[in-house]
Ligand binder design. Structure first.
Ligand code: COA
Length: 329
């Protein structure tokens, strides 16, 4: 299915504390060299006292400003997250309140599709666009609160942050693909959440995020390629027609494998994972906002967003002619 929208604005929020690979060397048996070679990641940001809704609000305020609208113009708030502040109220309702919109009629929900969450939310948003005027789509995560900071196989990979986008009706065509492969084996899972302080985490050991890294790697390469090919087919385009691909920022080597398999120059893939690490549902909207800020996205561009995550979930959106949005610096 394809939908016509306009991307009106975008924004991002970095979490408060930058943690380098050298900082992690002091915590676990690892090295900057190992992390950079195996993942491409040099640093990540983690929260000190902000929760997922706080990061979401900061990214949203940037997006609202860049869209030249007011908070009260928003009709829908979708928050993609797997690290909500609490089970209920939803993060979307907390964002509504923190934006001062509790008296404004708003359709507000959270979406949990792990690292694919923003793509799922984007697809839902474009399906809602005939009924609502301005939709705020947010990916926001505080993964630091589900990480075991003594587990070197996971803690070096992830970070906190938020990205936001506002869409309205317009003339950009979107082609979506989303899929999931329900998994009970625990390839990538987490059970508990508490705010982390100074890399100390209080949750019981069996509730931390755990992962079978090699299985996730192979899955990721397969489904990123499949998802890109699916949206290209729907749009009757080839990879040569695409100006920029913004992948989920998990690992440079995963993205490099996909580029090689698809015979695409790696420079077509936008990456900021060196600085942010993997921020799950926030990674694609943060990268989109940064790519826009870097002048890589203008109204004539064709862009593919593509990602994968726990669930197992994956998907892509092809934006045909991004169409005149103004994103914040
Ligand atoms: N520092 C140093 N050594 C580490 C390490 C770290 N942070 N983490 C693991 N190692 C060690 C392992 O213990 C292993 O040691 P051994 O050979 O003595 O047993 C060795 O490095 C190789 O481990 P392996 O897991 O085979 O490495 P890898 O090349 O597959 O890289 C990942 C591991 C996690 C980086 C990689 O599998 C990956 O990126 N997978 C996808 C993860 C992902 O994207 N998850 C998010 C999904 S949304």
């Amino acid at each position: 299915m394809n939908n016509q929208v306009k991307i009106l604005g975008c924004g991002l929020a970095k979490a408060q504390q930058k943690i380098t690979n050298f900082d992690l060397e002091k915590r676990v048996e690892t090295s900057d060299e190992w992390i950079v070679q195996r993942t491409g990641i040099s640093s990540r940001y983690i929260t000190i006292d902000e929760n997922t809704s706080d990061l979401a609000v900061r990214a949203s305020l940037q997006a609202i400003e860049s869209a030249h609208i007011q908070n009260k113009d928003i009709d829908v708030i979708l928050v993609a997250t797997m690290t909500p502040d609490c089970l209920t109220p939803s993060t979307a309702c907390l964002v509504q309140a923190k934006l001062g919109l509790n008296d404004v009629p708003i359709f507000a929900i959270d979406i949990n599709a792990a690292c694919s969450g923003f793509l799922y939310a984007f697809q839902l948003a474009s399906d809602l666009i005939n009924r609502y005027q301005k939709i705020l789509i947010i990916g926001s995560e505080t993964l630091s609160k589900m990480l075991n900071w003594d587990d070197r196989s996971t803690c070096v990979l992830f970070g906190d942050g938020a990205g936001a986008m506002i869409i309205g009706q317009g003339s950009s065509q979107l082609f979506h693909y989303a899929n999931s492969e329900g998994d009970l084996s625990g390839v990538l899972k987490a059970n508990g959440l508490t705010l982390t302080q100074n890399l100390q985490n209080q949750i019981p050991i069996d509730q931390f995020l755990t992962m079978q890294g090699n299985d996730v790697f192979r899955f990721a390469v397969r489904v990123l390629k499949e998802s890109i090919e699916n949206v290209l087919k729907q749009a009757h385009l080839t990879i040569d027609d695409i100006d920029l691909i913004i992948p989920h920022q998990a690992n440079y080597r995963i993205i490099n494998h996909v580029a090689k398999r698809m015979k695409v120059d790696i420079s077509k893939f936008y990456m900021n994972l060196q600085e942010f690490g993997n921020t799950s549902a926030a990674s694609i909207p943060i990268a989109y906002a940064q790519a826009h800020e870097a002048g890589l996205i203008d109204e004539h561009k064709r862009v593919i967003l593509v990602g994968f995550g726990s669930g197992l979930t994956y998907g892509a959106t092809l934006i045909d002619k991004v169409g005149g949005e103004e994103c914040v610096k």
